[in-house]
Design a protein around this ligand. Structure first.
Ligand code: SF4
Length: 297
């Protein structure tokens, strides 16, 4: 059964660990749990910190950081102007809850004023609601968007990401964001070995992303943390029992897929990047009106 709990967060910006090179300094996640319900989601593990399960609990026991705007306002005051924030590193900031609670929109409104550079990661067309704010900040080089899309295979998306939009809808979102002057890239992630790694399918995905006008693609294979490993392999096995067994062999006891497999996949991806002339990197974002931030607060 679904439950939504209001949550008073003591802090909303999380500092990236030292030595972390993901291109951001702080992360911001307005919600805990995610009804997009992706089977591979590593954030499922975070629900265990609340004594909840990694399965249905993660998808149905959701938490809303009700005081996000007031906390963020206070925390942005103390943040160096050059700090980069990533919105949606753990849960989708445009999952259905956002339609009602508008926490992500309130964060964008604050960032419009503070000028801090940021990215947003989502699978949801709901981001189009905030085109007005994102266009202003995207055009001034302060904001970029990552849309996650691992495959064009509707059946695979339905099975592995049951609460999300279909591929063509996400590509339409990419087009709209680009038309509004917002830098947009795609996370082709995770590539699921044995299910989402067919070379021809990956090529079709790169072609579609290129045609939609995305500026960059970042890709990675599924990571199986100990907390989600069995859950995920069972979900894959329910779809294709032999694929589940092959996954066990490809990962062995590791969180990461076998190195030989990775080398073959990397060679194929290298060819696709070259063929479609797509960058692997997002453009560097920059804060806006650094000298005027003092007057904001
Ligand atoms: S949309 Fe992102 S956060 Fe939500 S379940 Fe899927 S992978 Fe996890």
């Amino acid at each position: 059964m679904r439950s939504i709990q209001m949550w008073q967060a003591s802090a909303v910006l999380n500092r990236s660990p030292a030595g972390h090179h993901m291109g951001f300094d702080y992360s911001l996640n307005p919600y805990r749990g995610c009804s997009h319900a992706c089977r591979y989601c590593y954030a499922r593990e975070f629900h265990t910190y609340l004594d909840l399960g990694v399965g249905e609990d993660f998808e149905k026991k959701l938490f809303v950081k009700e005081n996000l705007a007031s906390r963020l306002h206070a925390e942005l005051r103390k943040l160096p102007a050059e700090a980069v924030i990533a919105i949606g590193t753990a849960t989708d900031p445009y999952q259905p809850l956002e339609g009602r609670h508008k926490l992500t929109r309130s964060a964008l409104e604050l960032l419009l004023e503070s000028g801090h550079a940021f990215t947003v990661t989502t699978k949801s067309p709901l981001i189009e609601r905030d085109l007005d704010l994102l266009a202003v900040m995207g055009q001034r080089g302060q904001a970029g968007v990552h849309v996650s899309l691992m495959s064009l295979d509707r059946g695979l998306i339905h099975a592995m990401e049951p609460g999300t939009s279909m591929p063509e809808r996400r590509l339409a979102t990419v087009q709209k964001l680009r038309e509004a002057g917002i830098p947009v890239g795609i996370f082709v992630a995770p590539i699921i070995p044995e299910l989402g790694d067919d070379p021809a399918d990956l090529e079709a995905l790169f072609r579609a992303v290129h045609e939609a006008g995305a500026d960059w693609i970042m890709s990675s294979t599924t990571r199986l943390s100990p907390a989600i490993r069995e859950y995920f392999i069972q979900e894959v096995s329910a779809l294709d029992a032999s694929a589940g067994e092959r996954l066990r062999k490809l990962y062995g006891p590791s969180q990461y897929v076998d190195a030989a497999y990775r080398r073959v996949l990397t060679r194929h991806l290298d060819r696709l990047y070259a063929r479609y002339g797509i960058s692997r990197h997002a453009p560097r974002l920059k804060p806006h009106r650094v000298e005027e931030q003092i007057t904001f607060f």
